[in-house]
Design a protein around this ligand. Structure first.
Ligand code: ADP
Length: 479
């Protein structure tokens, strides 16, 4: 079975979030199962630089405002998975964030940049661009690829089926209706039953309406997005597509994320947790934190946004400090939150450290060095960092929402008794609830025997890609 994955970012070449990790890990996991999985990505500078054996395959010609468009083929680093890259210098050769220009605003031609991605996918699917390969299923990821099934539906002879995965419904790919003229789609698609969304058009909605199946990245999020609280205005469409919508949990690449990784100060395992203590001391030294704190070291590696509950954390910081605990934050995001954390660090230099920036290697040191990993999200489609944290014996403290609810078992008295607890969970997105769970986690931290038992339980959780890939394969076969 041949599967073409279409996405706008892929680890380690271009990454702004968990989407890139998933797109890098799922295709090789499918290949391991005997499927012929390939990837189609835009020719962003990081992708053109990082691929091996990149060669021109087909000259496509002018499209979506680009004079020269060439389909290249090559292999992804590490996995060696076969990849197609769209080289369209006029649209893609821009350094920095793939979606946003240096002025902090979305690139004004994003509708054309991502329409091209969908359009090329459709033409690979119809067999025009690679005479030797045609997919059975095209699997498109997030709003950037929402037009994939729309362009595919333009060809009545199309045999390939489509799967559309929602990684984050909050980013809906909304553009003004005027953009429609540049997309090469018939106006009959421009209705509330098609890609129109409250007087605008939405690429995300296009993917939801026109794909054969919809998945999202955890079972709980698949239920939540049918409700007004989490549906971002698309809950009606998602309820209509109810039977075609399911949740498949993301996996983790344990080759990259494990407490034996080369980025950390000392490796450790369930049998010997001493290395973790060395990792904590190294992280405290690196961040200039005191090594005298009596409480645990909490860590955050995240976009600093209200989605991630970072405002709740700032509000609950006094509760954390009152317990003699420490906080280390690695992230970038909303200006007021960055400033809030920086102010907290300057006011409490011994116990709060903040690194504003995106640093993959440093994120490994945070995972290994912290005692507790905080993910107090308002909504969380799957969340990857709590899964990484589990493997490092860094107990996640999360809100009971989306994939966090599916993956962390709360350290209640019963769960501790049954030896199935792996972290801490709170319900309401309010400072008091977060603060209370932080206090309770700090109390458990002083019970070393129980703490280590929970750590060991966390470290043996298996969220590898094998199960997820098997679920995706079953979905493709059902099509
Ligand atoms: P989202 O995709 O919503 O941002 P996920 O938890 O699914 O959240 O994925 C986030 C990914 O980005 C993880 O791999 C995490 O380690 C990484 N990440 C987030 N912020 C940073 C940062 N400042 N430095 C390094 N890695 C980061």
């Amino acid at each position: 079975m041949r599967i073409l994955h279409v996405a706008s970012e892929i680890y380690p070449l271009v990454k702004t979030g968990g989407l890139a990790d998933v797109v890098a890990a799922l295709p090789p996991a499918l290949v391991k199962r005997g499927l012929d999985a390939r990837v189609l990505v835009p020719g962003l500078p990081g992708i053109l630089k990082g691929m091996s054996d990149l060669k021109p395959l087909t000259r496509i010609g002018p499209a979506f405002g680009a004079a020269v468009v060439t389909l290249l083929s090559g292999r992804l680093p590490d996995s060696g998975v076969q990849a197609y890259v769209i080289d369209a210098p006029f649209l893609y050769r821009r350094e920095g964030n793939p979606y946003v220009g240096p002025d902090g605003h979305d690139w004004s031609d994003n509708h054309r940049r991502f329409a091209l991605l969908g359009w090329v996918a459709a033409h690979i699917a119809s067999g025009e661009l690679d005479p030797d390969w045609q997919p059975d299923v095209v699997h498109a990821h997030d709003w950037h690829t929402g037009l994939v099934p729309v362009y595919m539906a333009q060809n009545p002879g199309m045999k390939a089926a489509t799967v559309f995965t929602v990684h984050n419904l909050a980013f809906r790919g909304i553009f003004s209706l005027d953009c429609h003229a540049e997309l090469g789609l018939p106006t009959r698609k421009l209705t509330p039953h098609g890609i129109e969304f409250h007087g605008k058009l939405s690429f995300m909605k296009a993917g939801l309406v026109y794909s054969n199946r919809i998945t999202t990245v955890s079972p709980t999020y698949a239920r939540e997005i049918r409700t007004p609280e989490f549906g971002c205005g698309l809950e009606g469409v998602l309820r209509d597509r109810g039977v075609d919508l399911s949740g498949i949990l993301n996996g983790v690449d344990y080759e990259i994320w494990n407490p034996d990784d080369p980025a950390i100060a000392q490796s450790y395992s369930t049998d010997n947790l001493d290395g973790k203590i060395a990792c904590k001391s190294a992280l405290q030294r690196e961040l200039g934190l005191s090594d005298k704190a009596i409480g645990p070291l909490f860590a955050v590696v995240s976009r600093l946004t209200s989605q991630k509950g970072m405002d709740l954390l700032l509000a609950a910081l006094p509760d954390l400090l009152r317990e003699g605990a420490q906080l280390a934050v690695l992230g970038t995001g909303e200006g007021d939150l960055e400033a809030g954390f920086q102010y907290a660090a300057s006011a409490n230099p011994e116990n709060v450290a903040v690194h504003i920036g995106y640093d993959e290697t440093m994120s490994h040191r945070f995972m290994a060095g912290a005692d507790i990993f905080l993910v107090p999200s308002r909504f969380e489609p799957c969340g990857l960092t709590q899964l990484y944290a589990l493997r490092y014996g860094t107990l996640p403290l999360v809100r009971r929402v989306g994939g966090l609810a599916d993956t962390v078992v709360d350290a209640t008295a019963e769960n501790l008794q049954a030896d199935c607890a792996t972290g801490f969970v709170f319900n309401d997105a309010v400072r008091q609830a977060l603060g209370a769970r932080i206090r309770e986690a700090c109390i458990l931290y002083h019970d070393k025997a129980t703490w280590q038992k929970v750590q060991r339980r966390a470290m043996v959780q298996d969220y590898s890609w094998d199960d997820s890939a098997a679920n995706y394969e079953a979905l493709y076969r059902s099509l």
